[in-house]
Design a protein around this ligand. Structure first.
Ligand code: ZN
Length: 322
């Protein structure tokens, strides 16, 4: 029995999520604190060290059981030296996170990108449990991604691997993307992208359930469109199918290259559940090599907001041979 405890930390622009997690991956305690964005994010690590110490007392976690801290952070990260190259949301730039937090906590600290760690969390304890080759895609405001091969996070040469959202030209004549290109997957398969496709469609052909909603709200959300599609509204269905066709195309090409066991779909859009998976699977199989299409499982993420802290604990455990 593994008695070691790891601290999983998931730093976001609004909150920092934390958890004490057993070596088996079970969460013992979890909590969150508001992210202190003042002073260019320089107070956050002290904040993290203080809350860990406080909660160890409160929950009775003996200090000799704590092995290491894993941290997921947004932005570009140099995993070799544990520093943040840039995290715009937080204000960090060339920020030596590992070094500073190790001093503050007296524990070994390991860091990685938050999307990679959410993928690792799903691999360890979520929808991809047991998979060593896994692709995770988060359909939220944008499209995030993480790739694990042979049980390891793929970082690539500059730590940029997994930018699934910027697979480009999936939509011809597509919309401009935050990255400076047009027609990226993110512009059509994120919640924002699906909403945009829906609004375009309703402006062109005014009918059905979406028309009623659009008249009331003068806008549409991805949820409006997915809900209407579930009720078999033809226009909403067409929009969701179109988005899943783009996503299926991009994921199929990734799968052809990586041959994952499981593709995990997370983020707000994934709340549409099995309905979405069915549509995606049909589109996905149009573009995969047949054997890959048959073998790849597409699953909805199961860990929700806990994926990041669980993945962070996994990272800490991996690196301390726990
Ligand atoms: Zn882009």
């Amino acid at each position: 029995m593994d008695k070691h405890v790891y601290v999983g930390v998931d730093v976001g622009g609004t909150t920092v999520k934390l958890a004490f997690i057993q070596g088996t991956g079970e969460i013992l305690n979890k909590w969150e604190i508001p992210t202190d964005l003042s002073n260019k994010g320089n107070n956050i690590l002290k904040q993290i060290a203080d809350t860990i110490a406080e909660k160890m007392n409160e929950y009775g976690v003996p200090s000799d059981s704590l092995k290491a801290v894993g941290v997921g952070a947004p932005g570009f990260i140099d995993v070799t030296n544990g520093s943040i190259i840039e995290a715009v949301n937080i204000g960090w730039r060339d920020f030596p996170l590992k070094e500073v937090l190790e001093k503050e906590t007296n524990l070994p600290v390991f860091i990685d990108n938050d999307a990679n760690l959410a993928a690792a969390g799903e691999m360890w304890k979520g929808a991809g449990e047991g998979a060593k080759n896994l692709l995770a895609v988060t359909l939220g405001t944008g499209v995030g991604g993480g790739i694990l091969a042979g049980g390891e996070i793929i970082h690539g040469e500059s730590g940029m691997a997994g930018e699934i959202g910027h697979i480009t030209s999936v939509a011809s004549g597509g919309a401009p993307c935050n990255c400076g290109k047009t027609g990226c997957l993110e512009t059509v398969a994120s919640a924002t992208g699906i909403a945009r496709l829906g609004i375009e469609a309703i402006k062109e052909k005014r009918y059905g359930l979406l028309q009623d909603t659009f008249e009331k709200k003068e806008t549409l959300t991805a949820k409006d469109i997915l809900d209407a599609a579930k009720k078999e509204d033809p226009l909403a269905n067409q929009v969701v199918k179109q988005a899943m066709s783009y996503l299926g195309f991009a994921l199929a090409n990734l799968a052809n290259a990586l041959n994952p066991q499981t593709i995990v779909i997370g983020g707000g859009v994934s709340k549409a559940g099995i309905f979405l998976v069915d549509l995606l699977e049909t589109e996905f199989k149009k573009y995969t090599i047949p054997k890959i299409g048959e073998d790849t499982k597409i699953r909805i993420a199961t860990l929700g907001n806990d994926a990041g802290v669980i993945g962070a604990a996994w990272l800490a455990k991996q690196n301390t041979n726990g």
